[in-house]
Design a protein around this ligand. Structure first.
Ligand code: ADP
Ligand code: ZN
Length: 653
């Protein structure tokens, strides 16, 4: 690394310069206080003296050498030496040597150059670690060659749908020519949407690993630099390099850092980002599908992306990667538990049940922390005890960062969603509720999904009132169960939606007692479809507010009545959500009939498999016990005790 050598050279030069500017101390002489020196001179003991600035060096008659320091005014010193007949000489004051002068003159320049180079290096991504990704060309993209990638689909668990969605990309990358001859059509860009830590990067890497193609990765924020034009040139550079390596994958993490809608930034200062985005669009249009480059981008906020990015031929394919449900979590735990020695008492299913809202990354971290706890207490295997401690640690640390939920939050979310769903089911003309989940999506803690029966182009008044009522269902359920003072802030979005619909009924759709008059003007601008009040009087404005209020109050009361009359259903649905986390139409039907929900379809399969595995494990443990009956390691005794404690409470439910 030439730059590194240069840096060291500069440091060495500076040190040398500092050293050379230090006064050289003459060897073999001792220091003499000035007063003693005067005494010696007056006693005639001084043979000769050399005055070098304020330093006085000399030799005594005895042959000993000395140095001393004289006062600033040396007239008296000279006088005294003269009157005592001491031989003395004065050293010509010598400036710094030519070389050190040159060095000092150049020093500032050298330092500035060094700092500049340091930052340049930083911006280039500062070289890769051994065997790891290498910094690549001018673009900051990091390249993993096909044999550096060890990740395959086996490492990705609990996101089966996403894996299926990307399977064809693997087929294509393995042999683009063949795939196309068979008539396969491949997207150029795939957008992976999902919360942080759900495995988007992991999936992208696994695609490369499965197809055995190189993998370029870069983060959207790497494009956004302080210098205008750098981002755009990085994009150009990256695509150029990638095309040479085709077939390959370019992975852009956090694409929203560059891909936000253009013009959305208020107050300018976004030129750089826009240029970068434009360059990205140009590049994506520029390459042919058969170039064999697939761009995969990841984001948590697809809503803020520039629509131009999502147009056909760009990122026109979306793959949703959501937080894993209880079964997904079990699978993910198994993947990561395969890497550490695990005690027999550890049941991934129980851990999965206790970790709602955990992402794949959280779970990987959980296993890792548990292993650390085990190592710290000198255990050879990780037991359930360590997993509990690790869970507490992560839940506490992650409170804000991730969606990890406590049992209490989980219950509240379950009631909340059940409220939406039950009101939704019972309001006339409401879209059928087909799925309810307490797995967090986006920034919502849970979701109740309605499925419109057909694509509707217009909505009846009854339909909209129903939607307003079901929007309040969540908050109302919380209120009914926990009391008015315990209602959470989780209903913000619901309230916003309900108010929006009620307002539109009055001001836009003419669906209120204020008649079919438009009170609002659409204003289409880059600020979105915000609307503005047309020229209306204050009187009218007040009337609008009152009418909106009336609509909302009515819908609220209807929803409240429904939930109070269906307390049983509310509790049943809460129980089902606590147990299965996600329920579908079948379960909702059962609950509405006042029955306990049947388990979801795939639940039965998982359970059967689990029971089989449990039986196997038990047989194996029994065998091992018999074998080791005499050995009885302390470790194992402990593990068994834990298992005995755990079994009755958690195993059958
Ligand atoms: P994202 O890109 O969505 O933020 P990552 O792919 O970087 O998330 O995930 C971080 C880590 O979390 C992975 O390296 C992996 O160890 C773990 N992880 C996340 N999701 C999964 C999953 N579905 N299966 C197995 N491990 C996962
Ligand atoms: Zn809600």
């Amino acid at each position: 690394m030439a730059r590194n050598l240069l840096l060291w050279a500069v440091i060495a030069a500076v040190v040398l310069a500092l050293l050379s500017s230090l006064p050289d101390t003459a060897g073999g002489s001792s220091d003499l206080p000035y007063s003693d020196f005067i005494t010696e001179v007056e006693r005639g003991q001084v043979k000769s003296v050399q005055i070098d600035g304020r330093e006085v060096r000399g030799e005594l008659n005895s042959g000993d050498r000395f140095t001393t320091v004289s006062p600033a005014n040396q007239d008296s010193l000279v006088e005294m030496l003269e009157s005592n007949n001491v031989r003395f000489s004065i050293v010509k004051p010598e400036g710094p040597s030519f070389w050190s002068q040159l060095l000092f003159a150049l020093l500032p320049i050298i330092i500035i150059l060094a700092i500049f180079m340091f930052f340049m290096r930083q911006m280039q991504g500062g070289g890769g670690g051994k065997g790891g990704p290498m910094s690549f060309g001018k673009s900051k993209a990091r390249l993993l060659s096909e044999d550096q990638i060890k990740t395959t689909f086996k490492d990705v668990a609990g996101v089966e749908e996403a894996k299926e969605d990307v399977q064809e990309l693997v087929d294509f990358l393995r042999d683009p020519g063949k795939y196309q001859r068979l008539g396969g059509k491949i997207p150029r860009g795939v957008l992976m949407v999902g919360p942080p830590g759900t495995g988007k990067t992991l999936i992208a890497k696994a695609i490369a690993g499965e197809a055995k193609v190189p993998f370029f990765s870069i983060s959207g924020s790497d494009f956004v630099e302080m210098f205008v034009g750098v981002g755009a040139s990085r994009v150009r550079d990256m695509f150029e390099t990638a095309k040479k390596q085709a077939p390959c994958i370019i992975f852009i993490d956090e694409i929203d850092a560059v891909g936000r809608s253009r013009g959305a930034g208020i107050g300018g200062g976004n030129d750089e980002r826009e240029q970068t985005l434009n360059q990205l669009l140009v590049e994506m249009d520029g390459f042919e599908v058969n170039d064999g480059v697939i761009v995969i981008a990841a984001t948590n906020r697809p809503d803020v992306l520039d629509p131009a990015l999502l147009r056909p031929g760009r990122f026109d394919r979306q793959v949703t990667v959501s937080l894993p449900d209880i079964r997904g979590r079990e699978q993910i735990l198994k993947v990561h538990m395969g890497k550490v020695p695990i005690a027999d008492d550890v049941d991934p299913f129980i851990i999965a049940r206790g970790t709602p809202g955990f992402s794949g990354a959280d779970l990987a971290n959980l296993v890792n922390e548990a292993a650390l706890f085990a190592a710290r207490s000198n255990r050879r295997v990780v037991t359930m005890n360590e997993f509990d401690r690790a869970k507490d640690k992560i839940m506490m640390g992650a409170e804000r960062r991730s969606m990890a939920m406590s049992e209490k939050d989980k219950e509240m979310t379950a009631y909340h969603e059940a409220g939406h769903a039950i009101v939704g089911r019972l309001m006339p003309e409401h879209d059928p509720v087909y799925k309810v989940t307490i797995i967090p999506r986006g920034r919502a803690l849970g979701v109740t999904m309605y499925l419109p029966e057909e694509d509707k182009v217009s909505y009846s008044k009854r339909y909209i009132v129903g939607r307003i009522a079901s929007a309040f269902g969540g908050r109302l359920a919380e209120e009914i169960i926990y009391g008015e003072d315990s209602v959470s802030t989780g209903a913000q979005n619901d309230i916003q939606q309900a108010t929006g619909m009620a307002r539109s009924m009055v001001t836009k759709w003419g669906l209120s007692k204020m008649g079919p008059i438009q009170y609002e003007e659409e204003q289409q601008g880059y600020l979105g479809n915000q609307s503005q009040m047309a020229h209306i009087s204050q009187q009218t404005a007040r009337e609008i507010d009152e009418t909106v209020r009336e609509i909302i109050d009515q819908a609220y009361d209807v929803a409240k009545k429904i939930l109070e009359d269906h307390r049983l259903q509310l509790d049943l649905m809460k129980d089902a959500l606590m147990e299965y986390e996600t329920i579908g139409g079948d379960q909702i039907d059962d609950i509405m009939e006042g029955k306990q929900a049947r388990p979801p379809k795939d639940w039965e399969e998982t359970k059967a498999k689990k029971e089989q595995a449990e039986a196997d494990a038990k047989a194996k443990a029994e065998q091992a016990k018999a074998d080791k009956a005499s050995a009885k390691a302390h470790e194992e005794k402990h593990a068994e005790r834990d298992q005995a404690d755990e079994a009755p409470t958690d195993k059958q439910e």
